[in-house]
Design a binder for this molecule. Sequence first.
Ligand code: ATP
Length: 322
Amino acid sequence: MSNATSGGPGRIAGNGAVTARAPAKVNVHLGVGPLRADGFHELQTVFLAVSLFDTVTVRPGDGLSLTVRGEGAASGRGPASVPSDRRNLVWQAAELLARHAGVRADAGLEVDKSIPAAAGLAGGSADAAATLVALDALWNTHATRGDLATLAAQLGSDVPFSLLGGVALGTGRGEQLSPVLARRRWDWALGIAGEGLSTPTVYAELDSLRATGTLPAGDAAAPTEPVITALRSGPPAALAAALSNDLQAPALRLRPDLRRALRAATDAGARAALISGSGPTVAALADDEQSAVRLAAELAGAGVFRTVRAVHGPVPGARLVG
Ligand code: ATP
């Protein structure tokens, strides 16, 4: 891959601002293999990028500063669950790109979050990917997509997919991607719970369920071919039958209320429902856009989710906007 991503001066607004957005993801297949010596699990996963986006705006600055708005930001309803200092992946992405490009890390960073935090939707990863794309343009680093993908993998396992978007098979710890061509659009209702789930806690629960023999060992993952074939062209019943997530059982052990949430989705007419990634978001598959909107309205009325969003995928990865 050698395309430079810089949008050039035309993408820089009069006030010097550059904006990029990146999508949330749903894992339509998540096979978790054994724990590796480096502390990560070997994964076989199929990512689908969906139409719920975070936006990152960057401006010329002196040193780095960060403002977070929207989902997970501090508000009248409670303290922030998303940090606004160097613990934020956005900040880390800026420092990494500056080091790579040999430029000073000077920028004002602003994140507008629609993707809920700690929801299994890779919100932090989306922000990191959007930051790389926006700062590449602001700082004129002329990084190639390949360069950005290498930096993305250093920031987190899901960041390369947030950059790529579409549909992809992820191996390794999820960062080694093979794009998959999907010829049709998939519609979903996402049921978002009030409280997030920590990804490391869900993996630890999976390890302990496997160690005690409650769940089979991690070398018995379901094959990815059926889900890839179904994603390419359908029909919805084939994709519904092929959805799988090894993190669903540990997520349900940690949050038994999610069983009711999954049932609510199928009762409301979803083709199938599964936990997205490490949860707690419930991804409910619909036949088409109209059914997804109907499903989302029904689930919103069921009172089991904090919020419900109708989305579709595949959508592109991190891109400049405006
Ligand atoms: P994944 O599915 O990639 O494992 P997730 O979607 O469940 O992750 P994130 O929304 O990425 O979870 O957030 C996980 C944690 O990362 C948060 O609880 C927060 O402390 C930290 N974090 C750092 N940067 C960000 C960011 N920009 N947005 C959200 N969370 C962030």
